[in-house]
Design a protein around this ligand. Structure first.
Ligand code: FAD
Ligand code: UDP
Length: 371
């Protein structure tokens, strides 16, 4: 019997498994995909580390988490500065002086503030004061022009729902600033692990036994995997056979192309903010690691991300944290609390929009608590 069985080899599972091993416990990790690392998995194509499940940029202000990842990988100085394309127009993201200049020709922060304050006043005059949903939040942050060109179309195709039916917190993730700074994140630290995320997760798991291609839920009564304690990082509703109903998730379809050009778009991430274009963004992977000298000199790998509703058989990437789903999750949590020897963790187990650093932080805190 193992001291700890960990279900899932994403960041949450990898970190808790490695910490348990360090604390002298016997540990086994089960992973149903045919590879480790969950959604941060990268694989090499044309010498380029391709982010298999969408662009992953590590950013954090959490000292402990930053130290932790740096003990398992060397990070480069990549700074995410995505572009937004709307028709033939290009804008810098996040919303900053470059964006405001391209939208309205304003040059100084003062001019930009006046323009935005004018638009926000209009929004308030229409009766919106406390944001009840994503649309109202976006309008109160930046007014109509930004909302219509850069937020509405992207958000509604990403989530497959009207912006008026989505929670406001989703858009509060994005900085809004009055300097000419295109850095997408406000965090103190940022970068990409040299050689890709898979190598970093391999390093985290180097002393731990892992079995890939095994679905825990199909084998949960198997004596081979008996354990005193289980940390489960899969879908919480699936664990309970969806007995209270299905939680909703958003999925994605990734379409790769290997192009006979060394540089397709000159940037790692370009968002397509029009609703009519079926993908949300194009990722050009070579730009995440410009220092990678294994990368093909003549070819480039790009990936288009097409958002989809999740259904069984697809990967669940984003929890849909609206009121209805959060209430259902609360009921599953009550069931989870009755499971004395199972702890639910990670983006799927806790049904939360965790970034990588939040995920690692949660796993380290769990280690503090149980080990
Ligand atoms: P996962 O990576 O989903 O791992 C869970 C693992 O459990 C999976 O490998 C799954 O196969 C396995 N599993 C599930 N059920 C079972 C079962 N029954 N048996 C065995 N195994 C099972 N964060 C950032 O900080 N920066 C970014 O730029 C960023 N970009 C993102 C882009 C996209 C498209 C997505 C979807 C997420 C992004 N994130 C980003 C968030 C980041 O991916 C997550 O924080 C992190 O990967 C969560 O790790 P996890 O271990 O909780 O989940
Ligand atoms: N968003 C947007 N326009 C953009 C980029 C993002 O409206 O060009 C909105 C969208 O609703 C998205 C949210 O901001 O879901 C958060 O964006 P982020 O880039 O953090 O999304 P993630 O990396 O999690 O996909």
């Amino acid at each position: 019997m193992f001291d700890l069985l960990v279900v899932g080899s994403g960041l949450f599972g990898a970190v808790i498994a490695a910490e348990a091993k360090k604390a002298g416990k016997s540990v086994m990790v089960l992973e149903r995909r045919d590879h480790i690392a969950g959604n941060v998995y990268t694989e090499e194509i044309e010498g380029i580390n391709v982010h298999r499940y969408g662009a992953h940029i590590f950013h954090t202000s959490n000292e402990r988490v930053w130290e932790y990842v740096n003990s398992h990988a060397r990070f480069n100085r990549f700074t995410n500065s995505p572009l937004a394309r709307y028709g033939e127009e290009l804008f810098n993201l996040p919303f900053n002086m470059n964006t405001f200049h391209a939208l309205w020709g304003v040059v100084t922060p003062d001019e930009a503030r006046k323009k935005i304050e004018g638009q926000i006043e209009e929004v308030k005059r229409s009766g919106i004061r406390e944001p009840k949903n994503l649309e109202e939040q976006a309008l109160l942050l930046g007014g109509h022009d930004i909302y219509e060109k850069l937020i509405k179309g992207y958000t509604e195709k990403q989530w497959g729902r009207k912006a008026t039916d989505l929670p406001a917190f989703i858009i509060r993730r994005l900085p809004f600033r009055f300097t000419y700074d295109n850095n997408y994140f406000d965090d103190r630290y940022q970068g990409i692990p040299a050689g890709g995320y898979t190598r970093m997760v391999e390093d985290i798991l180097k002393d731990v036994d892992v079995k890939t291609g095994v679905d825990y839920l199909k084998n949960r009564n198997d004596a081979e995997y008996a354990a005193k304690m289980t940390v489960y990082t899969g879908l919480i509703d699936e664990f309970f056979d969806r007995c209270l109903g299905k939680l909703e998730y958003r999925s994605l379809r990734f379409e790769d192309e290997i192009l006979d050009t060394p540089d397709f778009q000159g940037n790692a991430v370009v968002n397509y903010t029009e609703y009519e274009i079926p993908y949300t963004r194009i990722i050009e992977h070579r730009h995440f690691e410009p220092e990678n000298d294994r990368a093909s000199a003549s070819r480039s790998v790009i990936t288009k991300e097409f958002p989809l509703e999740w259904d069984e058989g697809r990967e669940p990437y984003y929890p849909v944290n609206d009121e209805k789903n959060n209430a259902l999750y609360g009921k599953y949590q009550e069931l989870a609390n009755k499971e004395k020897n199972v702890i639910f963790g990670g983006r799927l187990g806790q049904y939360r929009y965790f970034d990588m650093d939040d995920t690692i932080d949660e796993a380290l805190k769990l280690a503090d608590r149980i080990l």
